[in-house]
Ligand binder design. Sequence first.
Ligand SMILES: CC(C)(COP(=O)(O)OP(=O)(O)OC[C@H]1O[C@@H](n2cnc3c(N)ncnc32)[C@H](O)[C@@H]1O)[C@@H](O)C(=O)NCCC(=O)NCCS
Ligand SMILES: Nc1ncnc2c1ncn2[C@@H]1O[C@H](COP(=O)(O)OP(=O)(O)OP(=O)(O)O)[C@@H](O)[C@H]1O
Length: 199
Amino acid sequence: MIIAGLTGGIASGKSTVSDIFRKAGATIIDADIIAREVVTQGTPAYAEIIHAFGDIILQPDGAIDRKRLGDIIFNAPEKKVLLDAIVHPRVFERMERRIAQTAETTPGAVVILDIPLLLETRIPRKLAEVILVYVPETLQLKRLMQRDAIDKQAALARIHSQMSIEEKRSQATVIIDNSGDREQTRQQALAVLSRLKKG
Ligand SMILES: CC(C)(COP(=O)(O)OP(=O)(O)OC[C@H]1O[C@@H](n2cnc3c(N)ncnc32)[C@H](O)[C@@H]1O)[C@@H](O)C(=O)NCCC(=O)NCCS
Ligand SMILES: Nc1ncnc2c1ncn2[C@@H]1O[C@H](COP(=O)(O)OP(=O)(O)OP(=O)(O)O)[C@@H](O)[C@H]1O
């Protein structure tokens, strides 16, 4: 089994690239999806989040209001630290379980760990490659504002809560440049996957 990490800045195109990898047969383990699973109602993380942030971050149905929680943590670094400390250990634990399951069911799999904060958190696991989906910050800002229908200030708060994309670029071992059209990105992603398969 080959395990590689996939990362990038917010709205740089990680989901776009992981969809291409998935369609080409890779097994994707997505940290954003797992981060949602571990905070559903009734979980210990859900209780800890309410304890740390108060009922104000709940929707009327009792689920976590992600927009509200995002507005809080992306504008206050000390609050982000609190949330990260609750969510991240659970995400990594569950990811390790998924990796172990995949190793049993599909020992020949190419496994891609899609982790937005891979370089910020430095997961304790050896990766065959650290693949970065790159776009310059100006394009990242434009795509984020468009996709999430948010203003420049809110978008910059999110971008600046992460390591800069240029710093990430200097730490990655493989770069997929997503500043062109989707077909150009697809070609690069398929070439990366084919190299990974060869080992
Ligand atoms: C803050 C929350 C509630 C906002 O939820 P929302 O549905 O609006 O966004 P979503 O989860 O889809 O994340 C979108 C993107 O935001 C960025 N992002 C998310 N959390 C963080 C964070 N703690 N620090 C920096 N960037 C983050 C990532 O690029 C991610 O891909 C949510 O992102 C969350 O619970 N974050 C903490 C867990 C986390 O760090 N997740 C990232 C992968 S482990
Ligand atoms: N090559 C491209 N050309 C034009 N638009 C693109 C391209 N790649 C991605 N996009 C658009 O840019 C936005 C961000 O892409 P995507 O959602 O894949 O990013 P992401 O890194 O997964 O985001 P997040 O960090 O929030 O999870 C989306 O609206 C997507 O449709």
